[in-house]
Ligand binder design. Sequence first.
Ligand code: 3HC
Ligand code: NAI
Length: 725
Amino acid sequence: MAAFSYICDSVAVITMSNPPVNALSSALIRAVQKAVEEAIGDFAVEAIVIRGDKGKFSAGADIREFNRLERGPPLVSLIDLIEDSKKPVVAAIEGVALGGGLELALGCHYRIAHAQAYVGLPEVLLGLVPAAGGALRLPRLIGISATLSMITTGKYVQAREALKLGIVDKVVGENTVDEAIQLAKKVIGQPLGSRQLSTLPVQCPPNVEAFLDEAMVKVKKQFRGAQSPLACVEVLRAAVQLPYLEGKKKERELFQFLYTTDQTRAQQYAFFAEREVAKWTLPSGASWKTASPQPIRTAAVIGLGTMGRGIVISLVKAKIPVIALEQDKKQLDIGSKAVMSLLDREILKMEQLGHTEATNSLGLVQFTLDYGKLRDVDIVIEAVFENMALKKEIFRHLSGICKPEAFLCTNTSGLDIDEIASVTDRPQMIVGTHFFAPAHIMKLLEVVRGSCTSSTSISTAMQLAKNLGKIGVLVGNCPLFVGNRLMLPYIQQAIFLVEEGNKVEEIDRALEGFGFAMGPFQMMDLAGLDTLWRCHVEHGLTRPEQSTGTSNHCCGSKRYSPLLGILSEKLRFGQKSGQGWYKYEKPGGRKAMSDPWLHNFLSEYRDAHNFKTQYITQEEIIEWCLYVIINEGFKALEDGIASGPEDIDVIYTNGYGWPKHTGGPMYYASLVGLPVVLTKLEKYYEANPDIPDLKPSMFLKKLVAYGNLPLKEWQFHLGSQNCKL
Ligand code: 3HC
Ligand code: NAI
């Protein structure tokens, strides 16, 4: 677990070891404490270096032990012991020093980091606050403002930036531990007072109270509904207002309060779910363990529109050379300019973080109109218009041009992967790689398996996701896959509520209150009403002959609303045209403003179609809109399109802005209680038999028949016979 050995007579090196990330379990903390005590008590030791085994300092408290912890972590006393040591202690940070890992390093008198190492206090991402003095020591070292940004977002800071901020004393390219030993020797006998962070004053901006009040308002807006970012601001307030020891008490109180909330449980669930989804298995038995991903050294992207541009940037950021292809010179000029401008921005960001080699990435993109250039690439990602005929034409062409080992991927939002694969010479190497906009920022990649897609192709796409810094989730092939399949009823339901007299602003406010970054109408305006309408048409969800129909709002026996089509025909596409469900200051503007024109139009529309007005409360808005997502989630599980509730939750929290502090739609359903969700759906469906999305899924009913089963047990009742993966 932790051992120390003497080096050069006087420096004790203590190695923390708890694979795979040296998480600070109770056993490891005890072992380190014992080793530190021994080193302090040993006359032959004059200085101490603490390092982590296998190139990782520590990823912080052992999250697997969280449910077993009752009184908060004993890490605090270990860190105090280190800080109080009269012998200098140096942290040799390789890999990561996160959460409790960084807190331990902050207790050390000096910190040396490897250039590739990351540090951070990501407790907030688990619904917590730093609990071992991190939020009290860090502002004494780097000031309130930089600490605020780190602890409320949980962001990871690379070594060079950490050096700039003052978190570490030195960054080295190699031999971190040797350098730490040299430093430790050099400072033997020097006074340590100024290195004991808890004894220093907090570095505050002039009007710190106003600064923190303003921070609270911002954080409330940015992390709607989440408690832990607010608690982070409170801990900082305590750091400013109280002496260190009292601040520590406040920190403990806040941690213990958060520790018992549903939000932290949901966020811990989300943490493990994000890692669980990487461990895919097919009905054939092939799995992440048995399949070998193929190396992707070069890539091509076809189509440089909204999605293609972001995909190119994503690949370049992962240092993969890309050939970017467009259909004609005009589009190539537009696309290449857009890519280069995005790339410039990324390079600037990297350079600000001290990456002097960032400009090299400019040379990684090559623009072309010539398909011949794609002959030798390892992977092609197609991102042209959502049109089956066009996609088939392109894949037929690629099949004849690309080397036989090349993987051919499509970014379609929901078209049939098998139909696309059918025109190629390698259906086993066709994969859906469904990125989310903006593709260089969003973390999710839906990896869609067609009926012929091989396990090697899946493994390669999942590994690519990881290399791009994304979370890959494997799903089956069905119209709209998992993410958009669940999204569609949500959008439709929100529009039905508007038809029934509710205001777009009220609906958005209710869902933003729930925690979504934006409500459904702002989201539609962002995505483009025309795009969404085309998607409805492409997937046969409308009656094309009556797209703007005036009387009958049914597609078969199913209710549908022509509003998206009507607004699109009036050129109200959303943000891009400056008006949609809201109006904007200019085309491309982002500030959504209530639009009197729309209110008048909707009121005439309701009168013309005799809609019965049905105002509902905020709580009901949330139920109507979210229960259809949940219900469709159960249907996707029943159909075997998603392999488990965790997959759906990871898709929703990483691709659709579902608030992580509620875990995701399926976790949220388990929190509300499945019998409650079922009863509500039954009631709403009875009142609206023309909305089949409200008809409770068989699987939901089956689960409820067993009582209120916890989410972990759902899988058992699902069986594997239906799995379409
Ligand atoms: N505790 C327990 N297990 C952890 C862990 C932790 N802190 N961090 C990671 N793991 C586990 C993962 O669950 C995974 O397990 P698995 O192999 O069984 O699925 C394994 O370690 C590897 O993790 P990743 O798949 O995420 O590996 P990566 O190499 O991609 O990333 C990492 C490594 C950057 C360390 C990433 O795991 C990470 O960000 N971990 C979270 C760190 C964190 O949140 N720390 C704060 C903890 S709370 C705390 O410290 C409270 C303090 O204030 C007292
Ligand atoms: P877009 O309309 O912005 O861009 C499409 C690009 O493809 C255009 O630049 C066009 O010139 C180019 N193109 C068309 N035919 C071509 C050809 N034969 N050869 C080379 N280039 C060609 O479309 P967008 O939004 O980028 O969508 C692309 C794909 O990604 C679609 O399948 C879409 O459904 C999917 N998608 C879109 C998302 C979004 O939010 N916009 C999200 C996820 C997936």
